[in-house]
Design a protein around this ligand. Structure first.
Ligand code: ADP
Ligand code: MG
Length: 306
């Protein structure tokens, strides 16, 4: 057991064409967590995932998977991780069972230790065990990719945009599978997404990446707590003597004479804040709101991800 399932230090990737996809990322993923890796298209999520998977060669920096350094212990670090890729790259000539057996062979899993049928059962493909790939729907193919990522019993499972372009039913099914895996086996799960709600619902902890740099990392609860922070700015009609005072509101006078009222939108309504202002005998000339810095970051990130 290790404390961190993944530990990344100063990770950089510059592609051959000069594109700097990762500009020095530090990241730790706690063992046993469901970890969300968020950011808009082009942020560098897949590049990072593919480096973890050993599919893209990093330019510099250190990557440890389950305590194994990727450069010093390439075989062990690769065995510790399973990746469900973003693209549906399945060989059309294999049945689901065949595909899992081939994958197990690639990872050197001995026949006696293979769990192909158990895994097919788990992802709801037992009845498609010997089906032709071409008879399978997009949803089934995606579940088969999930199954393939599990054949060598990795400690860390990575899902790259598992629900992009997927219908609601399949999305629910994938999430149930992921939650169950995490709950029953303690598997550490990392998923990338550009859907904020998805991360909110699924993840214990979230990191946000933009333009190849990590811009935030925290528990989901803290992240939401910060996003919930609101500031109402009052321009008073005349000079004031007392600041508004009420539970859930933190007031301060700024150098420009305005009054900033900080509160949490989930606990305190804007009306309650305005009421406190009036109770302090302050007449309002103008009012505006400010968003929390993190919310600005989030909006900037997610608005370009449509
Ligand atoms: P994300 O998964 O967050 O959408 P990617 O990691 O796929 O982001 O891409 C990050 C940046 O690197 C993008 O600007 C993308 O165009 C670029 N990129 C990705 N793969 C390659 C590649 N093989 N060669 C050159 N640039 C690439
Ligand atoms: Mg991607």
């Amino acid at each position: 057991m290790t404390q961190d399932a993944i530990r990344i230090d100063s990770l950089k990737k510059t592609y051959a064409d000069g594109k700097e996809a990762l500009k020095g990322v530090d990241l730790t993923v706690p063992a046993g967590s469901i970890f969300g890796f968020l950011g808009p298209n082009g942020a560098g999520k897949s590049t990072l995932i593919n480096i973890l998977a050993g599919l893209v060669v990093k330019t510099s920096g250190q990557v440890k998977i389950w305590g194994w350094d990727q450069d010093e212990n390439p075989r062990q670090s690769r065995a510790a991780i399973g990746v469900m890729p973003q693209e549906l790259n399945l060989d059309p000539f294999f049945s689901p069972f065949g595909a899992l057996e081939v994958q197990a062979g690639l990872y050197g899993v001995p026949k006696s230790q293979r769990r192909s049928d158990e895994i097919l059962e788990m992802v709801g493909l037992a009845d498609k065990r010997d089906a032709y790939a071409r008879t399978m729907s997009g949803g089934m193919r995606r579940r088969l990719l999930l199954a393939k990522a599990l054949v060598h019993s990795p400690q860390v499972l990575v899902l790259d945009e598992p629900t992009a372009g997927v219908d609601i039913e399949l999305r629910q099914m994938l999430w149930e599978n992921v939650r169950k895996l995490n709950r029953d086996t303690g598997l550490t799960i990392i998923l990338t997404t550009h859907y904020l709600e998805e991360a909110e619902e699924m993840c214990d902890e979230i990191a946000i990446i933009n333009h190849g740099q990590k811009v935030a990392q925290d528990s989901t609860a803290n992240m939401l707590g910060q996003m919930d922070a609101k500031t109402l700015v009052i321009v008073p009609e005349s000079d004031i003597n007392t600041l508004p005072d009420a539970a859930g509101i933190q007031a301060e006078q700024r150098d420009d004479g305005t009054i900033a009222l900080n509160y949490r939108a989930r606990e305190t309504s804007a009306e309650t804040v305005l009421e406190a202002v009036r109770s302090a005998g302050i007449r309002i000339r103008d009012v505006r709101t400010e968003q929390a810095a993190l919310e600005d970051v989030f909006l900037a990130l997610t608005s370009s991800a449509k």
